[in-house]
Design a binder for this molecule. Structure first.
Ligand code: 3PG
Ligand code: MG
Length: 465
């Protein structure tokens, strides 16, 4: 799909004009209002600077989280579910899901221009604030999802948003799979509507993956949910040369292949799909040959500890602690593999009952890493971690994939990673985002796009008013 982008309009078109930019500032914000990974914010800077330099008045809008989830129950009782607006939202929820900390972070990143924030996203106060704006000013609106109309793609809410500006820009690839007012309904109401630079970049790389991948094309897929990945896998499997599977989803594949997977989670809803994929593409699909295994109770214990550590880390600054996998797992002698005295062990082949796989094993790491790092001048797409990477003990597989991806990048392959989890996995492995050809801002949107589904956000840009 070809889209008009910023440079398709003459520079003077922006001078003194109000430009409404849909961004995705859905980032993690800690209890102390500290922003976690700010990649999504940084990726919008080229568009913001392009427009401010040309004298536009920039109105940025975004959602943050899913505030309705907490609210919905309450409003159901009050039968207000279709109507709620910002004044119906509890003050606690408004604080928790406010974009105010993002405005602060943005003003630190963009020091030359004036960034301000307003605690609403439609209505007279917003209009008044916009009327005061000078050329080059930036105003961030409050969380769009404080209005039910956003997710319902409500016409009146869309009209309110559209009344704020002269030109519309979509720079939020990662929400473009949602048919929401700020992405679709309002977009349609503009004469001038274009794609931002971040959206354009995402489309360039992801279209290449979807439509004309460079060969050899290696797809590395992990994480837990098969359901979310079936569309993308179905579309890409005929085109890939090698598919490396890790993460919790690998156990469903292994189980469908007749391997014992112990207490590892199996997705029976998609079992038949997995069986079909295995029989059609058997020669390209690689599954783990060994696993780091543990008991559910030890995994729960470690998950609890890692949550406490995360909290401490937020209070104290950076986490520099290192882990030592080899000293933590049971000794790697054949006899020890059958005795499970250590809570963590390396297991080749079948996983016994009472244990579940939490990371790919050492032999699998070697095999996957060698396929990735030997991919010269081809393409590698990586979506989803190889194990429970939040816990240091179960991060070895993911860390090694990240490092091999960096090696392949330096040797000339195109490397593309998607999914929020994968970016944080990369950072944990101390691989810079600059050692990757492209890091997608999207999770669900990337998978939907790669599956070839319609993207309402892009469709709306091409619609005549
Ligand atoms: C994301 O984080 O995937 C996007 O911001 C979209 O958020 P959503 O899944 O809540 O619509
Ligand atoms: Mg999502």
């Amino acid at each position: 799909m070809s889209l008009k982008t910023l440079s398709n309009l003459d520079d003077l078109t922006y001078y003194g004009k109000k430009v409404l930019v849909r961004v995705d500032f859905n980032v993690t914000i800690g209890k102390d209002n500290e922003i976690g990974e700010d990649y999504r914010i940084r990726m919008t800077i080229p568009t913001i600077e392009y427009l401010t330099k040309r004298g536009a008045k920039l109105i940025l809008m975004s959602h943050l989280g899913r505030p309705k989830n907490t609210e919905e129950k309450k409003y159901k009782e009050e039968d207000k579910i279709q109507q709620y607006s910002i004044s119906d939202i509890d003050i606690d929820i408004r604080k928790q899901f406010s974009l105010a900390p993002v405005a602060k972070r943005l003003s630190e990143l963009i020091q030359v221009y004036n960034v301000s924030f307003i605690e609403d996203c439609i209505g007279s106060l917003v209009h008044k604030e916009i009327a005061k704006m000078e050329r080059g000013d930036i105003l961030l609106l409050e969380n769009l999802r404080f209005y039910k109309g956003e997710e319902l793609n409500d016409y009146n809410f869309s009209k309110e948003l559209a009344s704020l500006a002269d030109i519309y820009v979509n720079d939020a690839f990662s929400v473009s799979h949602r048919k929401h007012a700020s992405i679709y309904g309002a977009t349609r109401l503009f004469d001038k509507k274009i794609a931002g630079l971040n959206l354009k970049k995402e489309l360039e790389y992801l279209s290449m993956v979807k439509d004309c991948p460079v060969h050899p094309f290696v797809l590395v897929i992990g994480g837990s949910k098969i359901k979310d990945k079936i569309g993308a896998l179905g579309n890409l499997l005929p085109k890939v040369d090698e598919l490396l599977i890790g993460g919790a989803m690998a156990y469903t594949f292994l189980n469908a292949n007749g391997v014992k997977t112990g207490d590892s989670p199996i997705d029976y809803d998609h079992f038949q799909w997995v069986k079909n994929a295995l029989s059609t593409y058997n020669d390209k699909i690689y599954l783990p040959v060994d696993h780091i295994v543990t008991s559910q109770s030890f995994l729960d214990l470690k998950k609890g500890e890692s949550q406490i550590k995360d909290k401490d880390k937020r209070n104290q600054g950076n986490d520099n602690s290192k882990f030592d996998l080899l000293s933590a797992i049971a000794p790697l002698s054949p006899s020890s593999l059958s005795s499970h005295s250590s809570p963590v062990s390396l297991n080749k082949g079948a996983i016994p009952d009472g244990l579940l796989g939490v990371d790919i094993g050492i032999e699998t790491v070697q095999q996957y890493s060698s396929i990735i790092s030997q991919n010269r001048n081809g393409m590698i797409v990586w979506i989803g971690p190889m194990g429970v990477f939040e816990i240091g003990l179960f991060r070895n597989g993911t860390n090694n994939i990240a490092k091999s991806m960096a090696l392949a990048f330096w040797r000339g392959s195109k490397t593309i990673i998607g999914g929020g989890d994968t970016l944080s996995a990369l950072k944990k492995a101390e691989v810079s985002e600059l050692e990757v050809t492209h890091v997608s801002t999207g999770g669900g949107a990337t998978l939907k796009f790669l599956a070839g589904y319609e993207m309402p956000g892009m469709e709306a840009l091409n619609m005549v008013k």
